[in-house]
Design a protein around this ligand. Structure first.
Ligand code: JFH
Length: 233
C-alpha cells in the first residue's frame, strides 16, 4: 500500500519508523511518504493560513499550497487515490472503516491545522479521487496529524503480513461487536492477586464460556451502546 501524508509538521511522522509499521515498511508492504505543505508555498514567509471569510475566530488553511501538494502526489500516483482528511466534522472512523481502507492501493492523508482547511480543497480533491472526511471521535485535537497517525496504524496492521500472527486479527474485538475478555499471564499469583481458577483448569469449553460471559458483562458495563437494545428497558 502506498500512503502519502501532507502536513506542516513532517517530524510528527518520524515515529512511524520505530512503530510496528516500521517492519512493514522495511518488508516493502507499506510505502509511506511524508510531504511538507510549506514546500508548496510561493511567498517569502511560506504562509499556509489566512483569516476566514465571513469573520470568526482563528485562521483557515489557504487552498493554493494544498492544490500544488495534491497535484504533485497525483502526478506520480499508481492509481486514483483515496483522500482522507481528519476533521472533527467528519464521519466516524471505526474498525470497519480501517478494514475497508486496508484494501486500497493508495491513501493520501491531508493534515489540517488552525481551524481547518478551505472547503474548496475537498471539492478539488474529489476531482482527483475519493474523498473521506474522518473523525476519530467527539473530541477536538489541535490538528490532523495525531488522527492520521492513528488511522495509518489501524489500517496498516490489517495489511496481510504486517501483523505477525494472523489469528490475532481474526479473533479481534470490535469486529463482532463485543469488548475483549480479560487476559492474564504468569505468575498465577502476583502481589496476592490470583488468576481466575477457570483459566488454570485446562477445560477449554469452560474457558470459552467464561470468556464470552466476561465479554458480555464488560460490554454491558462499559459500552452498552454496542449491545442490541434491551426489550425490557
Ligand atoms: C483539527 C480544530 C476545528 C473548530 C468544534 C467546533 C468548532 C480546532 C485541523 C479530529 C478529531 C480532529 C481534528 C482534525 C483536523 C484538524 C483543530 C478544528 C475547530 C471544533 C477547532 C484543525 C482537528 N476527531 N478531533 N479533532 N483541527 N471546531
Amino acid at each position: 500500500m502506498r500512503v502519502d501524508v501532507v502536513t506542516i509538521f513532517p517530524a510528527f511522522f518520524d515515529v512511524l519508523e520505530v512503530s510496528l509499521l516500521g517492519r512493514a515498511r522495511g518488508a516493502g508492504l507499506l510505502d509511506v511518504r511524508v510531504h511538507d505543505l510549506r514546500d508548496h508555498t510561493t511567498d517569502r514567509h511560506r504562509t499556509v493560513d489566512d483569516t476566514p471569510y465571513g469573520g470568526g475566530a482563528g485562521m483557515v488553511m489557504k487552498p493554493e499550497p494544498w492544490g500544488l501538494a495534491l497535484d504533485g502526489i497525483v502526478a506520480d500516483a499508481p492509481s486514483r487515490p483515496t483522500f482522507i482528511f481528519p476533521s472533527p466534522a467528519g464521519e466516524l472512523f471505526t474498525q470497519a472503516t480501517a478494514r475497508e481502507l486496508s484494501s486500497a492501493p493508495h491513501l493520501v492523508f491531508g493534515c489540517g491545522r488552525y481551524e481547518g482547511i478551505d472547503e474548496r480543497v475537498f471539492t478539488y480533491a474529489s476531482t482527483l479521487g475519493d474523498v473521506r472526511l474522518m473523525s476519530l471521535g467527539d473530541y477536538v485535537l489541535n490538528g490532523g496529524e495525531v488522527a492520521s497517525m492513528a488511522m495509518i496504524e489501524a489500517i496498516g496492521r490489517l495489511i496481510p503480513g504486517v501483523v505477525g500472527n494472523p489469528e490475532s486479527l481474526v479473533e479481534e474485538s470490535h469486529e463482532d461487536g463485543l469488548l475483549e475478555y480479560p487476559s492474564y499471564t504468569k505468575p498465577a499469583t502476583w502481589r496476592d492477586y490470583e488468576v481466575p481458577d477457570v483459566l488454570l483448569s485446562g477445560h477449554h469449553g469452560r474457558v470459552a464460556e467464561w470468556r464470552h460471559a466476561q465479554r458480555v458483562e464488560r460490554t454491558r458495563e462499559r459500552r452498552p451502546d454496542l449491545l442490541p437494545p434491551d426489550p425490557t428497558a
